[in-house]
Each structure stands twice: as structure tokens, then as C-alpha cells.
Write a protein that binds this ligand. Structure first.
Ligand SMILES: *Cc1c(COP(=O)(O)O)cnc(C)c1O
Length: 364
């Protein structure tokens, strides 16, 4: 008998493995990790205390509906608790949406530089990914709509967007939703919402409240500094939330995660400190790096995308130089941006180190 090894579903092995931000550098004991848009202030004191206090309960399965966190999120954002979907990071919420709505041959539509997490799990459902051009490094409503066809089930927009830092106005998001057929889900990923200062940006929560096809996602990984605990949520039409609950694994959010996230939401001081750090340093970093002759895209997130257009001073060379100074940033070739480096806005010391290193690199 011939031996046939188990075969993954069609397409699985064509998916490029996700490569996370690097976290170590050979020969450097404590590198500055500015590669994953984490909160460089760490988690807040309240979240840490709640996490530590949860140790007495880690032998108990979590509440599968995360009711404590559900009530806290509903209260904090003024949302109906039953319409919330909690996930092991908002990444899991995207995966659950894809698994619930996509069958083989369906497609999702997102921007050319749309977040990879949407795409990976869609491909895992044997769906296709249709990318709308972003010539200005920003999702364009008409370009997204032009990709929509009879097999489109979900349109994903991150607002603000990673890795470009661009954002769409409230008006653009409403126009997209109005033009989209009602059977297509529109998912607005607001992972970086708390860092936005642009006056034309709006959260899509009010739009989602009235619509039957809009989902808004948020995360505890960024402003709350809990990336390691893996908690995110979606605010969806009740019918969507109920459909997802059919396939959601029963205990997908952990006991310490529920406790720490609930405490983090109440820690206004830590949220403010985290927001202030970004809002102070994002423009300073942008200005300084532009001053060295590199292009820095306007960003509404806790990171900036620097483009190295000079053939003598490439993104790869800048990356090596930053690494040599103990600084880890994110190359974004995986998004097709081969001349770009994404740099998380850090603490004052970290930002000064980035500025010094890029100044030296520019002069080299
Ligand atoms: C960081 C990030 C998230 C958050 O993912 P989690 O799984 O909640 O940690 C979501 N969307 C985008 C675009 C991000 O950059």
C-alpha cells in the first residue's frame, strides 16, 4: 500500500507564514523593541494588580461569555452588551467572522496594505483576498467598491490603518457603507482609535449601532498595553454576534485576561499617559526624521512609517543600522512596501535613540 501523508486543505500551504516583529538581536542584551506597536509604557498599575490577583482563580475555567468584561466594555463605550464578541485578540474576532461568513470561493476585500490578519484567516477558509490599490498609502472608498463582486462577503478597513498609519474620515466610512450591498459585512478595525487626533476621524460605533452589516473591532493590545494577554472585541449586529457564538470556542478569553482588561478600562490615568506619550512624540519623531531627508507618512496610530527612497540609503540599510544600535523596527516587505520601515513610537529615551540613529544613518 502506498503511504499518503495527511494533506492540508487546498491553499493552506500557499499562505505565507505570518512573521511577527523581531524581539531579539544577536549580541545585544536588551534591545529596544519598536517593531510591534506595543505600548512602551507597559500595562497600567491597575491591570497588573488585577492580573496578579487572578492567580487564585487560574484553575477555574473562565466565564465563557466574559460577562464582567462585557459589562465593563458596554458601559465604557455605551454599547449594548449582547452585541459584543470577545476574542483572543481582535485577530480572533476577524478569524471568527471569516469562518462564519466565508465559504470556498467567496472573497474578502481590503486595501492593498490591509492588515495581514484579515487575509490569513480568509485564505484558511479557502476564500480569496481582493486588494484595492492604495496609491496614496490610504484606503480609497471607490477602489474598495470596485473590488466588490457577487462573491464578496466581507470588506475590511482598518481605521487608522497599520502599517501605513493612514485613516479614513467618518464621511468616507459612511459613504462606503451606503454604497455597499446590505448582505456584505463591513468590518472597521479601530485598534488604534485612542491615538487619533485628526478632527475628521470618527469612531464607527454609532454607524454600527444603526446598521445591520457593520462590525467595529477594538483591542486591549495597544492603548491598554495588554498585547500579551490577547483580548479584543467586536461590536456587531445582534444576529452577527449570535452567529459567531455558534462556532466560538467556549473559553476563548482567559481568567487573567478578563480581570486585567476590566481593570485596564477603568484606569483612565494609564490610558491618558499612553495617549499623551504618542501624541507628544509622534509629531516630534515625524518632524525630526523628515528633517534627515526621509519620507514619513502622516500617522494616526502609535507608530510611523518611514520611506527610504534614496538608492544609497535603503530601508534595508537603515534597518541594519538601527539594529547595530540595539533598535528593532519593522520591515514591511510582507505588505509589498520594500522601501519602508515601521517604527513604534516609544518612550522619550527610545525615541531619542531612534532620532540619533537615523541622523547618523542619514549622514553616513
Ligand atoms: C495591533 C492590531 C490589531 C490588534 O490585534 P490583537 O489581536 O487584538 O492583538 C488589530 N488590527 C490592527 C490593524 C493592528 O495593527
Amino acid at each position: 500500500m502506498t503511504q499518503v501523508a495527511p494533506q492540508p486543505k487546498p491553499g493552506i500551504l500557499d499562505i505565507a507564514p505570518y512573521v511577527g516583529g523581531k524581539s531579539s538581536l544577536a549580541g545585544i542584551a536588551e534591545p529596544m523593541k519598536l517593531s510591534s506597536n506595543e505600548n512602551m509604557l507597559g500595562a497600567g498599575a491597575k491591570a497588573r494588580a488585577a492580573y496578579e490577583a487572578a492567580i487564585g482563580n487560574i484553575h477555574i475555567y473562565p466565564d465563557g461569555r466574559a460577562n464582567k468584561l462585557r459589562a465593563a466594555v458596554a458601559e465604557h463605550h455605551g454599547l449594548e452588551p449582547d452585541r459584543l464578541i470577545f476574542g483572543n485578540g481582535s485577530d480572533e474576532v476577524f478569524a471568527l467572522l471569516n469562518q462564519t461568513y466565508l465559504t470556498a470561493g467567496d472573497n474578502i476585500v481590503t486595501g492593498q496594505y490591509g492588515f495581514l490578519a484579515y487575509r490569513i484567516s480568509a485564505l484558511g477558509c479557502e476564500a480569496e483576498v481582493k486588494l484595492a490599490p492604495e496609491p496614496g498609502y490610504k484606503a480609497e472608498v471607490d477602489a474598495l467598491l470596485a473590488q466588490v463582486d457577487e462573491r464578496t462577503k466581507i470588506v475590511y478597513v482598518s481605521n487608522p490603518s497599520n502599517p501605513t498609519g493612514s485613516w479614513n474620515s467618518g464621511e468616507e466610512i459612511r459613504r462606503l457603507r451606503e454604497a455597499l450591498p446590505a448582505h456584505i459585512l463591513l468590518v472597521i478595525d479601530e485598534a488604534y482609535a485612542e491615538y487619533v487626533t485628526e478632527p475628521d476621524w470618527e469612531t464607527a460605533f454609532p454607524l454600527a449601532r444603526e446598521a445591520t452589516n457593520v462590525v467595529v473591532t477594538r483591542t486591549f493590545s495597544k492603548i491598554h498595553g495588554l498585547g500579551g494577554l490577547r483580548i479584543g472585541f467586536g461590536y456587531a449586529p445582534l444576529a452577527v454576534a449570535e452567529a459567531i457564538d455558534r462556532i466560538r470556542l467556549p473559553f476563548n478569553v482567559s481568567v487573567p485576561g478578563i480581570e486585567a482588561a476590566t481593570a485596564a478600562l477603568a484606569d483612565e490615568a494609564h490610558q491618558k499617559a499612553s495617549r499623551d506619550l504618542i501624541q507628544t512624540w509622534r509629531p516630534r519623531l515625524t518632524q525630526a526624521i523628515r528633517g534627515f531627508g526621509f519620507e514619513v507618512l502622516p500617522s494616526a496610530g502609535n507608530f510611523i512609517l518611514v520611506l527610504f527612497k534614496d538608492a544609497k540609503r535603503t530601508a534595508a540599510a537603515a534597518n541594519d543600522y538601527l539594529n547595530s544600535k540595539g533598535i528593532i523596527v519593522r520591515a514591511v516587505g510582507g505588505y509589498g512596501i520594500h522601501d519602508g520601515l515601521r517604527i513604534t513610537v516609544g518612550t522619550e529615551d527610545q525615541n531619542r535613540a531612534v532620532i540619533d540613529a537615523l541622523s547618523e544613518f542619514a549622514a553616513s
